[in-house]
Design a protein around this ligand. Structure first.
Ligand code: IPE
Ligand code: IPE
Ligand code: MG
Length: 243
């Protein structure tokens, strides 16, 4: 996007991206699915950098859902290895990421992840907690329903302890106990790969999100595609139920 284009549009504050189509991309080329994931991980890095460059405040990347454990063990392992590689690299590039003002957050249920990955996540989150140019949420073993369940349990614990009356539970209580607590709802959700569904991504937070779908497979997604999505978004009329 040119500087001029950028200055003429209202950017979404928070963009959610469902990184889908890696498997089909690999299949088209006669490669193993894991090769598609590898290529997809490269695109994730590039889009992350580009979004930071144009001034997006918050990005959420859906990398692995609570339902993706159903896949063959070797594919799950390949995805976890790519996640681990990225976390290692982020640690090595700490100075670079600090200079970009990048805050890294994990969203999802970390209990089911390998211990070394959980440790890497905690270190990166703690290290980058005060950065405020861009927040990058990594959704791994993330499910929107699981997130709401988690929030409900937190609230129920307070009720059981006598700290909160059931009648006093508000939408804000639910929000505050989601993995995304404190962050703006996604303004724009992008799903490539020709599927028109959320697949359990940010289902609570997406109540008023704008959607952008495309047939492009994630490993083929470029910064020009992100520009197109953002420009389309900027032409939408968001009413939030008003007139
Ligand atoms: C997205 O690509 C990555 C994950 C869900 C982990 P897919 O692996 O779902 O790719 P397709 O949908 O099979 O092409
Ligand atoms: C959604 O893609 C999850 C991620 C991209 C991480 P899936 O490929 O798992 O979704 P479905 O199964 O097509 O709905
Ligand atoms: Mg898929």
């Amino acid at each position: 996007m040119t500087k001029e284009e950028l200055s003429n549009i209202i950017l979404p504050r928070h963009i959610g991206i469902i990184m889908d189509g890696n498997g089909r991309w690999a299949k088209q080329r006669g490669l193993k699915r894991s090769e598609g994931h590898k290529e997809g991980a490269k695109v994730f890095r590039a889009i992350c950098d580009y979004a930071a460059e144009i001034g997006i405040e918050c990005l959420t990347f859906y990398a692995f859902s609570t339902e993706n454990w159903k896949r063959p063990a070797d594919e799950v392992e390949a995805i976890m290895n790519l996640f681990r590689d990225y976390l290692f690299e982020a640690q090595e590039r700490e100075e670079e990421n600090d200079a970009k003002g990048m805050r890294i957050r994990y969203i999802g249920d970390r209990n089911a992840l390998p211990e070394d990955i959980v440790n890497l996540i905690s270190q990166l989150e703690a290290h980058s907690a005060e950065k405020n140019h861009i927040t990058v949420n990594l959704a791994v073993n993330y499910g929107g329903r699981d997130e709401i369940l988690h929030s409900v349990k937190e609230i129920a614990t307070k009720v059981a302890a006598g700290e909160l009356n059931p009648e006093d539970i508000t939408l804000k209580n639910i929000d505050e106990n989601l993995y995304t607590a404190g962050q703006p709802d996604p303004d724009l959700i992008i799903r490539p790969s020709g599927e028109y569904r959320l697949s359990n991504f940010l289902i609570w937070q997406a109540a008023y999100s704008e959607f952008w779908f495309s047939d492009i497979l994630w490993p083929d997604f470029t910064s020009d595609d992100l520009d197109k999505a953002i420009i389309d978004y900027s032409k939408r009329n968001r009413r939030f139920g008003g007139v």
